[in-house]
Design a protein around this ligand. Sequence first.
Ligand code: 1GP
Length: 253
Amino acid sequence: MRQIYQGLLDTRDRRGGGFLLLIDPDRTSARDYLQLVEASADCGVDAILVGTSFMMAGHFADAVEEIKAMTPLPIILFPGSYTQITSKADAILFTSLISGRNPQYLIDEQVKGAPFIKQAGLESIPTGYMLVESGSLTSVQFISGSLPIPRTKPDIACAHALAAQYLGMKLAYLEAGSGAMQPVPIEMVAAVSSSVDIPIMVGGGLHTPEDCAARIRAGAGFIVMGTQLERDRGVGRLRELTAASHPKEAIAV
Ligand code: 1GP
């Protein structure tokens, strides 16, 4: 069985950071995202996340199967609910929305999903998921009914990330929300990365190579990006974005 989490850590150590492409099969046409997925490995992407915070269509498992068939990269589920679990992927970010106080997303969805994860044989990557204020109401905030961490309060983010670490979680995900107006502040990434030993994943509202590079420099282990690449409709700047997330390779060039 592939060790996906260990593979991510190895990639981060080798390249100085990792770049994960998020595909939301509910938001773009299969033609658009499959083209992107097919080009991903060549363009330097390290893994593909698949998930959505609010699924309208019922074709999630088929979409994951199609995505898997197009790339040798690991496919990691990033589910908005326990209904987005399928054996067609390699692993799952088993998230708990620890910045919220809604029991449904702290533990209820996880209890409902756990038997399906076992049945599917997915590698589970326990992840402390923290929603950070981003300047507007995001889908994840609305659907989860949870308050985000204020963007000017890095100490609150640090306390949550530490709690994630002490609970045994393997990743701390700082999330501004898909399509966020403002991404997670660089200062918050720096504060959290100096407080915890577990790797930090940052996503939501990142657009440019500099957005990615600045957060990797601040201590993020992994960048997640979706919306910008959907907007580019094609490979666009994917190569530049991944290069900016791999500082060790940039030095070697
Ligand atoms: C959302 O962090 C991810 O969960 C990616 O966000 O779509 O804004 O890139 P974007």
